[in-house]
Write a protein that binds this ligand. Structure first.
Ligand code: MG
Length: 340
């Protein structure tokens, strides 16, 4: 099996406002696997706050190459081998796993749902993220999210009501809010949850510091809205340990290490009646194409990554008139791949 990679910088359409600062884009490494004329693609997009870097992904690919991963093995055997190579390297493992699944779905002419034993119920609605914005920027960004039926506002912990009020000037669509760990007080959070509910907000994501599980747990019992973990829960072990402190979770392939692990998290969430968002890391159409196959676990898809970047190197997942549509994943011939 031929393994190649391409490093690429995904540029944001708008430098992205978060409570922690401003970013212009994200380093990515795309993985390409080739066998019998078929090609599988995967993506490791690496926001600066993650420990993994492009160099660690390419180092991991060398280990994969030497591991004996091969088309002579079944997909299951290859995934078992892949998972045995590292317990960290979440994004790198995710990229290789997605590329393997993509490749095998073509070689065996089977759907990803069939190959990975994923539920294939209908595609839920998809949210469009609006970074922390001034009232003037808000109007333009809301227009850009025209095709989405739900908007997700990033809050800054200081001007939260002003941000929501300014969005409400331009749209009546349901909203989600993501505090990105910017809140500190339980009283403030509870009061905000009542007010946000009146503003037709559906959920609150990651209100407090990621390790403050006790505060989240107390808030979840008092909040008028579902409290969703993002930074607080990365993978299955985090979910099993801390899942009960929240009403639900934002599952991201790059956080948990790939489709196999995301499936386990989805199963846990279903069993424990937790809400699920399927999210992404401001990634391209490649990453969200793969993530969208987790649709059967989700109340909402949070897969707007390709709409927030201006140099998407892939096509295969679009959102039109509020509806998500997955087609064939294709590379637009702008990446320069190098064989490992
Ligand atoms: Mg978030």
């Amino acid at each position: 099996m031929k393994i190649s990679f391409a490093s690429f910088f995904l540029q944001f359409r708008h430098p992205f406002g978060l409570s922690s600062g401003v970013r212009t884009g994200t380093d990515s490494v795309f993985v390409k696997l080739e066998e019998e004329g078929k090609t599988g693609f995967g993506e490791a997009t690496l926001p600066p706050y993650l420990p993994e870097k492009p160099s660690s992904v390419t180092e991991f690919l060398k280990i994969v190459k030497e591991s004996g991963i091969s088309h002579q093995l079944t997909l299951e055997e290859n995934l078992g081998l892949l998972h045995s190579l590292s317990e960290t390297d979440f994004a790198a493992r995710c990229a290789v796993e997605c590329a393997l699944v993509h490749l095998y779905s073509q070689l065996e002419n089977k759907s990803v749902f069939e190959l990975m034993k994923l539920p294939s119920t209908g595609l839920p609605e998809c949210t469009f993220t609006i970074g922390v914005s001034t009232p003037k920027e808000m109007e333009e960004k809301i227009k850009e999210g025209n095709d989405f039926s739900v908007l997700k506002l990033k809050l800054d912990g200081k001007n939260d009501k002003q941000i929501v009020t300014s969005a409400r000037t331009y749209t009546r669509k349901p909203l989600c809010v993501d505090a990105n760990q910017g809140w500190h007080s339980l009283d403030y959070a509870v009061e905000m949850s009542h007010w946000l509910k009146e503003q037709n907000v559906l959920l609150i994501e990651q209100p407090f510091s990621k390790t403050d599980y006790d505060l989240h747990s107390r808030f979840t019992t008092l909040s008028s809205l579902p409290v969703i973990a993002d930074e607080s829960i990365q993978d299955l072990s985090g979910l099993e340990k801390y899942g009960d402190a929240f009403s639900g979770i934002n599952i991201k392939l790059l956080k948990c290490g790939g489709l196999s692990f995301a499936r386990q998290m989805g199963e846990w969430a279903t069993k424990n009646r937790k809400a699920v968002l399927i999210g992404c890391m401001s990634e391209s159409s490649c990453g969200v194409f793969h993530a969208s196959h987790l649709q059967g676990y989700a109340q909402w898809l949070d897969l707007d990554g390709p709409y927030l970047i201006k140099n998407d190197p892939f096509s295969g997942f679009t959102i039109t008139g509020g509806k998500c549509e997955r087609s064939v994943l294709k590379e637009k011939n702008i990446l320069n791949f190098t064989e490992v």
